[in-house]
Write a protein that binds this ligand. Structure first.
Ligand SMILES: Cc1cc2nc3c(=O)[nH]c(=O)nc-3n(C[C@H](O)[C@H](O)[C@H](O)COP(=O)(O)OP(=O)(O)OC[C@H]3O[C@@H](n4cnc5c(N)ncnc54)[C@H](O)[C@@H]3O)c2cc1C
Length: 393
């Protein structure tokens, strides 16, 4: 009898999850497993979001006759142990691009496990479209976007009809394992919550192209944390007939940074453009004021306080606050990226560091010397001061 361990990572969903669908199609028994790696420090809101997402996934798997094991430890060691208990060496995993994800996959193989990987973290897998002029990735967005749109996209996967665990296996309560805090009505985690958010937003998304930069308007999808943890499939979003093309273009930015990270794994630590790193200033006091939203520059402080309160920040505010830190204060983009990584629900290496480097002028921006003047940005994107008033009172 064939048994496969399903190692869930950033794919916490049952719909359009090729890893889950493919394994369930070929194996009589599967062991759905999530491993909480203590090496990854997560802020309480992120643990809360993850715990809710896992609880929702567990419910879905149970409805199909299965369950979800949630264990803590070094992923490869935990997987090897669970696989041995299930009498198998086969592991299915959604492919991911960060240095951490690649090291995890290698470690699984080093533990003697047979690993099969599947797409699902991006619309188009990193490395699937390559520049005709050569090179292992696209460095500029617009040509990537054209190639991305023209590339063949995989067909979405159906959720499995049923799931069977090996005898004697039972699931775990993710909230207990993660010790997570109480739920948040603002952005509850999980596939169902993502679907609810999409169903709420999609019918009013026609104005996205006009409204997505307006700071005070809830004009963007706020799906980024769900995309980060894979509670919603990026492919399902990109092919949803209700969403506008301007939104699909943003999903392409997400894929773009994933293929950059796949080719340049040091994106979190080193300037992407050779020799682009500045002589950054060292001013811990200014950094702390920026983090606390106490710079005295209204729109910057409003953005930073939204981050503290919601674990999310409007994209325009992210650009303004990041530009202020790096180009006005002259502080190192790595310090800003680290603070965002700590506080954002949606933080991931590809999008966070890709965008920080773009803003700091060390990354993929074709105009690396551009600087956002916060006063002019506020006049343009918060003309009535509603956003600033909301966060500064
Ligand atoms: C300094 C800085 C740091 C950022 N850090 C992150 C991060 O850690 N994680 C993250 O997901 N996004 C990050 N972004 C990109 C962007 O700000 C967020 O994706 C967006 O604000 C999320 O809100 P939304 O879901 O309502 O976006 P929407 O406008 O509804 O866009 C839909 C989706 O497209 C993707 N997307 C949109 N804009 C971008 C972009 N510029 N780059 C890559 N993907 C994009 C996101 O997955 C987003 O959920 C950062 C941007 C900046 C300037």
């Amino acid at each position: 009898m064939r048994t496969i361990v399903l190692l869930f990572t950033r794919d916490l969903r049952v719909h359009d999850n090729p890893m889950l669908a493919s394994a369930c199609a070929v194996a009589e028994r599967v062991v759905p497993l999530f491993v909480v790696d203590p090496a990854i420090r997560a802020s309480p809101p992120r643990r809360r979001f993850l715990a809710e997402s896992l609880a929702d996934l567990r419910e879905s798997l149970r409805r199909l006759g299965g369950d979800l094991l949630v264990r803590e430890g070094a992923p490869a060691e935990v997987v090897a142990k669970v696989a041995a208990e299930a009498g198998t060496r086969q592991v299915a995993l959604t492919s991911d691009v960060s240095a951490y994800a690649k090291a995890r996959e290698k470690s699984l193989r080093d533990h003697g496990l047979e690993v099969r990987t599947f797409p699902g973290v991006t619309v188009v897998p990193a490395g699937k479209v390559l520049p005709s002029t050569g090179g292992d990735h696209y460095k500029v967005f617009t040509p990537y976007w054209r190639a991305w749109e023209a590339a063949p996209w995989r067909d979405p996967s159906e959720a499995p009809a049923s799931i069977r665990l090996p005898d004697g296996f039972t699931g775990d309560d993710p909230r207990k394992v993660l010790g997570a805090a109480k739920t948040s009505p603002l952005m509850p985690g999980g596939e169902q919550a993502a679907q609810d958010r999409l169903d709420d937003w999609a019918p009013r998304s026609a104005d996205y192209a006009d409204l997505h930069d307006a700071l005070a308007v809830d004009g963007t999808s706020r799906l980024s944390p769900y995309l980060h943890f894979g509670c919603v499939s990026p492919l399902a979003l990109a092919t949803d007939p209700r969403v506008p093309s301007a939104f699909v273009r943003q999903l392409c930015w997400r894929d773009f940074y994933h293929q950059v990270l796949a080719a340049f794994p040091k994106l979190a630590t080193e300037a992407y453009r050779p020799n682009a790193d500045d002589d950054w200033a060292d001013d811990p006091e200014a950094l702390e004021k920026w983090k606390a939203g106490e710079t005295g520059v209204e729109v910057v402080d409003a953005g930073m306080r939204q981050l503290l309160a919601e674990g999310w920040m409007h994209n325009r505010a992210r650009m303004i606050t990041a530009s202020y830190l790096t180009k006005t204060l002259g502080l190192d983009w790595r310090a800003g990226a680290a603070w965002f990584a700590e506080r954002l629900l949606d933080a991931d290496v590809a999008n966070n560091c890709g965008n920080w480097q773009w803003t700091a002028g060390t990354g993929n921006d074709s105009k690396p010397y551009r600087r956002f003047n916060p006063v002019r940005q506020q006049a343009r994107f918060d003309p009535d001061g509603d956003y600033v008033r909301r966060w500064l009172g």
